[in-house]
Design a protein around this ligand. Structure first.
Ligand code: GLA
Length: 387
C-alpha cells in the first residue's frame, strides 16, 4: 500500500515536467532530443565562485533568512559527524518524522521519544525547531483505517493536534499543519485531494486543523505545505492556481494560517523553469499576507549525465537559479534542504540512477565535503535582498 502511494507520488513529480519527459519515453529520436536538452543544461564555463568562508547559516542570517535542514532522526542520532555539520551550517532543524505513524504506535498511545531527542538537540545547540506534519494522507498508521471513521474523526484529529502540538508548544518555530491536500488528478471540487479526512469531515477539515493548532500553540507559525509547483508546465500551473485558491479561501475565512511551504523538490533535468511564473506565484501568496518557506529543497538528479563534474554543475545551477528568483520575494523567510549530505537522502531510494551510481542531490557529498551545490546556495544567499 505504501509503495503504491509512493509510486504515485513519484509519478506526480515527474508528470509535472514539460512534454519533454513524456515524449522522451516514446522512442529513440525523442530520447536523443531529451539527452541533448539535458546536456544543454550544463554550462562548463559557469562561475560558482563564493567569496569568504561564512557558512550557509551565516550567509542566510546576513539577509534576515533562516537556513535549515531535515536530517532524519536515526541519522542524526547515530552519526556525530552529521550532527556537527548540521550545527555548523544550519540555524534550523526540521523534525520531519513527526508523522502519525511515527508518533502513534496504537490508537491510544503517543510516543515522543525521538521527537524529544530532536527538540533537546535543537535547544542545546541554539537551533530553531520545525514540526512536520499534522495532517497528511500518507504515513498514517496501520490501525488508522480500521479505527477512524466519520463519527470519530474530528475527535481523533483534535486529540492528535492537542497532544502533539501541545507537547512541543513554545518550542516550535513552525508547524506544517496541513501537507499536500491539493491534487489536480482526483477530479474533486477545488482540486482537493481525496483523503480520509476529506471523506470523513468534508473540506472544512483544513480550516479546522489550523484552528485547533492555533489554539494549542498560538506562537508557532502555522504553514500549509505542498509540492509540484515549481515549473512552467501545464500541470504545475494548474496546481499553482489551485493552491492559490485554497490559500485565498482560507484567508477569507479567517483561518489562522501564517505561511506557505513550497517544498521545492527540484528536478535537475527539467528545462521549463520560468522566473516570472515563480515570482508571480510568490507575489500572489505574499499579497495574501502570508510568509513563504522553501521547505524541502533538493535536486532530483537521476536523469543527469553520469559525469560527476557535469552532474554537480547542473545540480548547483538548479539550486542557484531557483533560489535567486525565490529569494527576490521578501516574504520568503527560510530555506530548508531535505537533507544535508548525499549520505542520507530519500532520493537514493525513490529516484535512483539507472547506472547504479550514487545520487548527489544535496549541498554536501557522502563524506560531508561541500559540493558545487553548496556554492549555488551560498551565492543565492549572498545575492538576496535583505529582509
Ligand atoms: C514529502 C513529505 C515529506 C517527505 C518527502 C520525501 O514531500 O512532505 O515528509 O516524506 O515527501 O520523503
Amino acid at each position: 500500500m505504501r509503495s503504491v502511494r509512493l509510486l504515485s507520488r513519484k509519478n506526480a513529480i515527474y508528470l509535472g515536467l514539460g512534454a519533454l519527459t513524456g515524449i522522451a519515453a516514446l522512442g529513440v529520436g525523442s530520447r536523443i532530443r531529451e539527452y541533448t536538452q539535458i546536456q544543454a543544461l550544463d554550462d562548463p564555463t559557469r562561475d560558482f565562485t563564493v567569496v569568504g568562508t561564512a557558512t550557509l547559516k551565516q550567509r542566510a542570517a546576513q539577509k534576515g533568512l533562516i537556513y535549515g535542514a531535515d536530517c532524519g532522526t536515526l541519522n542524526l542520532q547515530s552519526d556525530p559527524a552529521l550532527a556537527s555539520l548540521l550545527v555548523k551550517e544550519c540555524a534550523m532543524l526540521v523534525a520531519g518524522f513527526l508523522k502519525w505513524d511515527q508518533l502513534r504506535p496504537t490508537a491510544d498511545t503517543f510516543n515522543f521519544t525521538r521527537g524529544d531527542w530532536y527538540a533537546d538537540f535543537a535547544i542545546k545547540n541554539g537551533m530553531l525547531l520545525r514540526g512536520h506534519t499534522l495532517v497528511w494522507h500518507e504515513s498514517l498508521p496501520r490501525w488508522f483505517k480500521e479505527t477512524v471513521n466519520s463519527q470519530n474523526s474530528q475527535q481523533f484529529l483534535q486529540q492528535h493536534i492537542q497532544q502533539v502540538v501541545g507537547h512541543y508548544a513554545g518550542k516550535m518555530h513552525s508547524w506544517d499543519v496541513v501537507n499536500e491536500v491539493i491534487s489536480i488528478d482526483d477530479g474533486l471540487p477545488n482540486n482537493l485531494r481525496q483523503t480520509p479526512w476529506l471523506e470523513f469531515l468534508g473540506p472544512d477539515y483544513i480550516d479546522l486543523a489550523f484552528r485547533m493548532a492555533a489554539e494549542v500553540d498560538p506562537k508557532a507559525l502555522l504553514v500549509y505545505n505542498d509540492y509540484g509547483l515549481e515549473y512552467d508546465t501545464p500541470r504545475n500551473e494548474a496546481k499553482r492556481n489551485a493552491v492559490l485558491k485554497l490559500l485565498e479561501s482560507l484567508k477569507s475565512k479567517g483561518t489562522p494560517i501564517h505561511a506557505f511551504g513550497m517544498q521545492s523538490h527540484l528536478v535537475g533535468h527539467e528545462t521549463q523553469f520560468n522566473p516570472e511564473k515563480l515570482s508571480n506565484f510568490f507575489q500572489n501568496i505574499a499579497n495574501l499576507g502570508l510568509k513563504i518557506l522553501i521547505t524541502e529543497m533538493d535536486v532530483i538528479e537521476n536523469k543527469l549525465p553520469a559525469d560527476l563534474a557535469k552532474r554537480d554543475r547542473i545540480v548547483a545551477g538548479a539550486y542557484e537559479d531557483y533560489l535567486s528568483v525565490a529569494l527576490q520575494e521578501k516574504a520568503v523567510i527560510a530555506v530548508i534542504t531535505w537533507g544535508l549530505s548525499d549520505r542520507y537522502t530519500w532520493l537514493s531510494e525513490f529516484y535512483p540512477r539507472s547506472d547504479g551510481a550514487a545520487v548527489r542531490p544535496l549541498p554536501f557529498d557522502q563524506n560531508f565535503r561541500p559540493k558545487l551545490a553548496w556554492n549555488g546556495i551560498a551565492r543565492a544567499f549572498d545575492l538576496a535582498p535583505t529582509r
